[in-house]
Design a protein around this ligand. Structure first.
Ligand code: 3PZ
Ligand code: ZN
Length: 394
């Protein structure tokens, strides 16, 4: 073997070693590339083999073996890092909740069943299994939850609240059934909750919170009725809840909290007012929420919780700072919170699962571009295809 040949082989080996140091994102792209080997390339390789000497074939075999080993290692590494989403188990878990109506969980959930319906049905849609439920049955129950004021309650016979009204609108959007609504009635209910200072109350009892500002803006935007509120005043109120750390609270002077930050950032995103956010300052606060286990907390010194995957991650995406956290570690944390036996996702590994954390876990994985899931919109919290249908007519 000549020194030049030896140098060549060594160089080749080094380049294979470098692959081992690649980031998971590079590995994912490399794996994707393998899917795209085209027929022309294959024909060319075939010609080469047909005209090759035995020595050349031996050398090709070594090269192919090395390449194969690299590909298999890549696949194995991806699998180790990603774990596996127990998608079918989660579908079964969601469908089973509907059926055991007199369980303890159902008793707790009874007054917020409209939210539960949104969490469960959105998760099914992200998993590509919305067909597993009886659409007409859901819509018939949902419409019985509407009050004469135009607002929706958490269940039949309960009082209406802006929280349940957004869930009802979102569920109808999922099913492409917004046409069953009296749009003016619902939007009058929402705009009637706006106060003189631009803030929103949650219902007739008057509690004020930036969560309700988000809900009002999201809901009226989906219904194409943002003109029914004073958007400038609504935006100014949200800005008045901004803190020195770049985050937002529930009222002016309220402490920053990831859930509240999501509401304010998403409301500003929908109204085209994100220039009011200091992206670097807020991005810094948000990425500091990632702890050693890879999970995210909602405030300094708090434990991580799967639902913060959504509040923090969606906010980071909206302000273009998602690359400031480790996506791989967060994927692993969420997958570690699955009940692999009975389905469902919990707030922390080994805790009891519920529909709320199952939704936020799957939605978080969708934001992280986990394979096999529909993409979700970070501001509307609805699948991208549903949002596109609403605003671009499919
Ligand atoms: C949970 N609600 O007030 S709640 C919620 N929390 O209605 C639903 N992460 O006891 C479920 N914590 C589980 N299924 C928890 C919704 C809360 C959030 C509590 C929670 C989540 C940590 C402590 C507030 C949208 C709507 C409502 C919220 C947040 C976002 C509870 C406790 C509280 C509530 C319901 C059940 C299990 C489920
Ligand atoms: Zn939680």
């Amino acid at each position: 073997m000549s020194p030049a040949d030896f140098a060549k082989i060594q160089q080749q080996e080094n380049s294979y070693r470098k692959h081992e140091e690649h980031e998971p994102e590079d590995l994912r792209q490399a794996a994707e590339q393998l899917d795209h080997t085209c027929p022309e390339e294959m024909a060319e390789i075939g010609d080469k083999i047909a005209n090759a000497t035995p020595e050349e074939i031996a050398s090709m075999r070594t090269r192919v073996d090395t390449q194969m080993t690299y590909e298999l290692n890549t696949a194995q590494m991806l699998k180790n890092q990603m774990g596996e989403l127990a998608a079918d188990k989660h579908v079964k878990y969601i469908i089973s909740i509907e059926k055991k109506k007199d369980s303890f969980e159902s008793m707790v959930m009874e007054h917020l069943r409209m939210n539960g319906a949104y969490w469960g049905l959105t998760t099914l849609d992200l998993l590509g299994k919305l067909d597993a439920v009886d659409k007409e049955e859901v819509i018939s129950w949902l419409m019985q939850c509407q009050h004469e004021s135009g607002g929706f309650a958490g269940n039949i016979g309960h009082d209406p609240h802006i929280l349940y009204t957004l869930s009802a609108v979102q569920v109808l959007a999922l099913f492409d059934k917004l046409d069953v609504l009296d749009i003016d009635k619902v939007s009058n209910y929402i705009s009637g909750l706006q106060n003189e200072d631009g803030s929103f109350s949650g219902d007739i009892w008057g509690e004020v919170d930036t969560r309700f500002s988000y809900i009002a803006i999201c809901c009226l935007s989906i219904l194409h009725r943002l003109d029914k509120m004073d958007v400038d005043k609504a935006v100014n109120y949200i800005i008045s809840c901004k803190n020195l750390d770049g985050g937002f609270g529930c009222t002016p002077g309220g402490e920053s909290h990831a859930g509240q930050i999501f509401c304010c950032v998403a409301a500003l995103a929908i109204t085209g007012a994100l220039h009011h956010v200091d992206k670097d300052l807020l991005g810094w606060w948000l990425c500091e929420r990632q702890v050693k286990s890879g999970g995210l907390n909602g405030r300094p010194e708090k434990l991580p919780d799967v639902c913060y995957s959504w509040w923090v991650l969606s906010s980071l995406i909206m302000i273009d700072r998602v690359h400031w956290i480790s996506k791989e570690k967060l994927v692993k944390y969420i997958l570690d919170c699955q009940d692999l036996e009975n389905g469902g996702i919990s707030d922390r590994p080994d805790d009891a699962v519920d529909i709320f954390h199952t939704y936020f876990g799957v939605a978080g994985l969708s934001l992280l571009e986990y394979p096999g899931l529909k993409a979700i919109d970070p501001s509307y919290a609805l699948p991208d295809d549903v949002v596109n249908r609403i605003f671009f007519g499919k």
